[in-house]
Design a protein around this ligand. Structure first.
Ligand code: C2E
Ligand code: CA
Ligand code: CA
Length: 699
């Protein structure tokens, strides 16, 4: 081989080197990895196109630049370490934001550093490759956050596979349902089923899931320990690339408390908490619904209004807790009578509604009303004692006796009031004459408002005779109404209306004033012990705060002693232990005024009250005096009342004395006073004064 051969070898070798260089160059330039060569001072020696592209620059822009002009210097320590230790390579990940390309945001890069040593072992270059991993990093971050959310969410989550087996649950799910992963993973979510939803509910849910991949709704399930829990549930589906469902993700939010609160609110609005019956509100709604349905179906309804009689007395005598016991028992009896299919409601206080749907024979309704009355009149065990009430029932039909709800209710109310007025413990059907009576009461009440200013009232006086002397020492003031068209109207016809309308307060004060003025006239005629008694409505005690003050100041005005007026009250008032009543009564008694207990024998006639309130007189009711001649029982009763009253230091006035025989009996029984037609009817003031003058003249 000569020199030519040697040159050829060189040429070949050069060609080979050139080829390899080209190869390296090609590889460097076309590599998809970003490749960079730095000198030991970190100046750019070469960068490849991929790198320039990744940096959004051109290759030329790197010429003459130092690496740390472009990239953060916090990697410099790593670079320095590589140079110092000459580790064969080092990889790390760094985030980086290009200052001149802020729109790109933070980018992530995986770096691999390789030191390249020269022949003498010195560092010649630092070569590194970079891969931008921003996308991957973001995906990882998103996953990490999703996992965090999943783990820490207060919303319970469950993932099922396509076979509807549970494959994952989060801690909130465990907290909510009590199921640990071990309890439920691999099982069907049906373990939660409460049975509160009908099968159709689940059918619809699956239909929606299959059609839309999505379902949203509320349902009740049961927790591991058996508690009912209400959820708002959202189910979404996860699909593979082919569009097939791979997983379903269920999110549960607990709405149990809200549901329970809703239920409570609903109950408070619709259920009577004492008896657990529907309340008035719900009853009215149901009545309207049934009326609408009956109208559509051409059907009939029957409404019964059941009102307990004398319930107030139970409350007054035994307290409200015993009253409550009675109401609960009454509710139970009514429900038992009518059966579960019939709507029974507590409409208020001691009032119940019963709604019969469908056409009912009158005989059937009457029979039911009779059964209700019989059931309600049986004694009630109140613990301390037996309670007795009866019931008054009004009955009205829809549509015949009321086209609208309000009309029907008003008519059934009228029928119930007629049952009360008819003596209670009975039922009444609504009739058109009832309606007329109501109308007349209404117009009377309206007229009554004008009566005081119109000067239409008059006070009549009925003498009260001292039986021993036969002299008129007292009188009872009895009001009369000169009605402009009806003529003279007695108190039995309008006192109840005056009470219901509140007018009794003014009327009562007016009567008191009239009576006091009459006494004052008699006192000027030297009849200084003359007394007039005035009837006082319980309403006045309950509702007139100034009652006793007004009385006392009237007496003071007229310079009259306290004993000149006697207040007539009924026993019902003494049973009312409310402070409005007892305070006034005591104040009045303590001021030295006198009190008579009217209509004695018709009510409770309990002796305990007599002493408590310092009662001065008992008035034996006309009902006992009336039959004194014929009924030995009434004679015995009158005698007993008189003996008892005297023992208690009370004086006795017999009412309604019409015959001499009655008078004689009462006199022999030591009755103190008598009042009645035998002596005189109630008469207007001028006649009364005449009577007194004659009486005075006789003695
Ligand atoms: P009362 O307090 O029991 O009054 C006695 C009633 O018996 C009076 O009826 C009187 O006229 C009647 N009477 C008296 N003697 C006889 C008799 O011998 N035979 C018969 N059959 N009846 C007799 P009146 O005046 O119609 O009063 C009825 C009721 O109206 C009174 O019953 C009283 O409760 C009430 N009342 C009368 N005036 C007032 C008043 O100013 N205020 C209040 N709140 N009520 C009054
Ligand atoms: Ca009276
Ligand atoms: Ca009386």
């Amino acid at each position: 081989m000569d020199g030519t051969d040697g040159r050829d070898d060189i040429v070949v070798a050069e060609a080979e080197v050139a080829g390899q260089l080209r190869l390296a160059e090609t590889f460097f330039n076309h590599s998809v990895s970003c490749l960079v060569i730095l000198d030991p001072d970190y100046n750019f020696v070469r960068v490849n196109a991929a790198y320039a592209r990744a940096c959004h620059r051109t290759v030329d822009e790197f010429a003459g630049k130092n690496h740390f002009e472009l990239f953060p210097s916090d990697t410099k320590l790593i670079f320095d370490d590589v140079l110092r230790t000459r580790k064969p390579f080092v990889t790390f990940t760094r985030s980086f934001e290009f200052a001149d390309q802020p729109e790109r945001g933070i980018t992530y890069w995986d770096w691999t550093l390789v030191p390249v040593l020269g022949a003498a072992g010195e560092i010649e270059y630092l070569v590194f490759s970079l891969v931008e991993v921003t996308e991957r990093k973001r995906a990882e971050e998103a996953l990490r956050i999703a996992a965090l959310v999943y783990q820490h969410s207060s919303e319970a989550m469950m993932v099922t596979n396509v076979g509807n087996d549970v494959i994952a649950i989060n801690p909130a799910f465990t907290k909510l349902t009590g199921y640990n992963p071990a309890d439920i993973i691999g099982k069907n979510p049906q373990v939660l089923k409460s049975g509160k939803q009908a099968p159709e509910f689940y059918e619809e849910m699956w239909q929606s899931l299959n059609e839309t991949g999505h379902w949203h709704g509320e349902l009740w399930d049961v927790s591991k320990n058996g508690d009912a829990i209400a959820f708002r549930l959202t189910i979404n589906s996860v699909y593979d690339e082919g569009g097939a469902v791979v997983q379903r993700v269920a999110q549960f939010s607990d709405v149990t408390e809200q549901k329970l609160a809703d239920k409570l609110i609903w109950e408070q609005a619709n259920i009577d908490m004492l008896t657990r019956l529907p309340n008035r509100h719900m009853f009215l709604n149901r009545l309207q619904e049934k009326m609408d349905a009956a109208t559509r179906g051409g059907d009939m309804l029957v409404l019964l209004l059941v009102d307990l009689d004398q319930f107030k007395e139970i409350n007054d005598a035994w307290g409200h807790s015993k009253g409550d016991i009675l109401l609960v028992e009454a509710a139970r009896r009514i429900s038992a009578c009518v059966g579960p299919a019939v709507t029974v409601a507590r409409l208020g206080g001691d009032e119940f509604g019963v709604l019969l749907c469908g056409t009912q024979k009158t005989a059937t309704v009457d029979q039911l009303a009779g059964e209700l009355i019989a059931a309600l009149v049986a004694p009630y065990d109140l613990g301390v004692a037996q309670g007795f009430v009866s019931a008054s029932i009004g009955i009205a039909q829809f549509p015949a006796e009321g086209k609208t709800r309000e009309e029907l209710l008003s008519h059934v109310d009228q029928a119930m009031n007629a049952a009360k007025a008819g003596g209670r413990n009975r039922y009444r059907h609504f009739t058109s004459s009832l309606q007329a009576a109501v109308q007349s009461r209404l117009s009377m009440t309206n007229d009554l408002r004008l009566a005081l200013v119109g000067n239409q009232f008059d006070v009549y006086y009925q003498p009260i005779i001292t039986l021993a002397s036969g002299r008129i020492d007292k009188a009872e003031a009895l009001i009369r109404w000169r009605h402009p068209t009806r003529g003279l109207v007695g108190p039995d016809e309008f006192i109840a209306l005056a009470e219901a309308s509140g007018l009794i307060l003014e009327i009562g004060q007016w009567v008191f004033r009239q009576a006091a003025e009459q006494v004052a006239r008699q006192h000027t005629l030297e009849r200084n012990s003359f007394q007039i008694s005035v009837n006082v409505s319980p309403m006045q005690f309950r509702n007139d705060a100034r009652l006793t003050d007004a009385w006392l100041s009237t007496l003071a005005d007229l310079n009259l002693p306290m004993q000149s007026i006697v207040i007539e009250i009924t026993e019902g008032l003494l049973l009312d232990l409310s402070p409005e009543v007892t305070d006034k009564l005591l104040a009045f008694c303590n001021a030295g005024a006198q009190v008579a207990l009217d209509d004695f024998g018709t009510g409770y006639s309990s002796l305990a009250y007599l002493k408590k309130f310092d009662i001065d007189y008992i008035k034996i009711d006309r009902a006992f005096v009336y039959q004194l001649e014929t009924d030995p029982n009434d004679r015995a009763l009158c005698e007993a009342i008189i003996v008892m009253a005297h023992k208690l230091g009370l004086k006795v006035i017999a009412e309604g004395v019409e015959t001499a025989a009655q008078r004689d009996f009462l006199k022999s029984a030591n009755c103190d006073f008598a009042q009645g037609y035998l002596y005189s009817r109630p008469v207007a003031a001028p006649q009364f004064e005449l009577l007194l003058r004659e009486d005075h003249a006789r003695s």
